[in-house]
Design a protein around this ligand. Sequence first.
Ligand code: FAD
Ligand code: NAD
Length: 471
Amino acid sequence: ATEAEEKDLVIIGGGVAGYVAAIKAGQAGLKVACIEKRGTLGGTCLNVGCIPSKSLLNNSHLYHQILHDTKNRGIDVEGVKLNLEQMMKAKDTSVAGLTKGVEFLFKKNNVEYIKGTGAFADEHTIAVNLIDGGETSVRGKNIIIATGSEATPFPGLNIDEKKVVTSTGAIAMTKVPKKMVVIGGGIIGLEMGSVWSRLGAEVTVVEFLGQIGGPGMDAEISKAIQKTLQKQGMKFKLNTKVMSGDDSGESVKIAVEAAKGGKEETLDADVVLVAIGRRPYTAGLGLENIGLETDNRGRLVIDQEYRTKLPHIRVIGDCTFGPMLAHKAEEEAVAAIEYITKNYGHVNYGAIPSVMYTHPEVAWVGQNEAELKEAGIKYKVGSFPFTANSRAKTNLDTEGMVKFLCDAETDRILGIHIMGPNAGEMIAEGTLALEYGASAEDVARTCHAHPTLAEAFKEAAMATYDKAVHY
Ligand code: FAD
Ligand code: NAD
């Protein structure tokens, strides 16, 4: 970009929020530039988040299954060895393929890709410090901030991404630690804890609250997945507070105490994973130059149309309100571009699915039981266990259940909670049902193919107003 050039839209950040907005803007015929400082597109999700973690989850699951779950299936396997270097290479190959794919899509859709760090010089001008040296600036009639989030640090622990790691270090370790302590039993803690536990580490998860899974997970499902993860070898310390950490020695010492006060204990670990949440990232953006402020949690404040108080500047993705999820960022990107080009856009924040990619997976959409009770909504429950599902039984993969929560009077679906094989795919059906305002009976009267795991979904729906057939 040259200084004189003005774009219809300039996007700061090439993560899921930013790159999807850029592609949609290009498709709509806008003159668009996207500024990204990482050197590759795709942001946290493609580079150090969703994609690499799922590669490791998939392959560590295969390794663990080959070690522990083949004999009974009539498969004798010998000499199974972990080649961690190759497992990491496989992950890197997937990441590189996808990030380059986004670059290709930029070219295809006429998006100018500016490699550098962007900061507001004034309300319409972004000054860019280029990765390859030098500076440029670009003006935008419209601007979208999509700068994402970063791991919340733990006070007193020095993150070196070797001994004390965030998820970024946890997806790139060069050997399997003997002992690993995970601070925070949310999604990152359980996914990355699963990976290293399957590969041989002794993993202890310390969680402040009385249940694992982070915000939103239904308590009954949380208990069930905890039991399963314990069977797989993970240890849990719930209602436990991390008081301090000492990383000055060869191992890291973590002092913990019951959350309500009381018994103290010191845990010893080769590697500590800090997974206590993520916080919006807006450092160095020069917000002060244009008078934009963040709230007490670091989120940029916006209205329903993603506009800041300067209406030509919009904000989407992890750096503003809502769940920090890639598909939420993507929905907002599409809606933000529609607001710019058509004056309307829409995201249904009541129907955003969550998936935890452990084995079995946990997935949900809508409200959980605690939330419904809190809101004073009368509901009924229908559930169906995978032990009674023919496909799960033939696959020898029967842990978990499907649970429907419906309005007691109207039968309208309010929430769906699944723990089970492929729950992350199955929840798409639940999200569609919720989005269309379906009743559980609508789902139960929809023919589902046999033998599939999805029949458990149908039968759980049936169990809200009638008896399930197979349970
Ligand atoms: P980001 O992806 O963080 O992208 C922001 C980009 O902006 C970054 O690339 C950054 O370099 C760039 N940037 C920042 N400041 C500037 C600047 N001044 N100039 C130029 N560029 C800048 N979500 C899911 O839905 N499913 C999952 O399975 C999942 N797994 C995850 C696993 C891990 C380990 C982690 C950490 C996260 C995971 N997430 C998952 C969350 C998901 O990654 C985020 O919700 C998503 O990446 C948010 O997209 P974003 O575009 O808002 O931000
Ligand atoms: P999280 O909010 O899901 O979980 C953090 C957990 O840490 C909570 O259970 C919290 O109670 C606990 N905690 C906080 N402070 C603590 C302390 N001092 N001691 C002990 N426990 C403490 O956050 P996360 O797991 O770090 O994930 C960050 C974000 O990334 C989330 O928004 C998540 O949705 C997203 N993410 C999503 C996926 C996915 O969709 N599969 C995967 C990874 C990350």
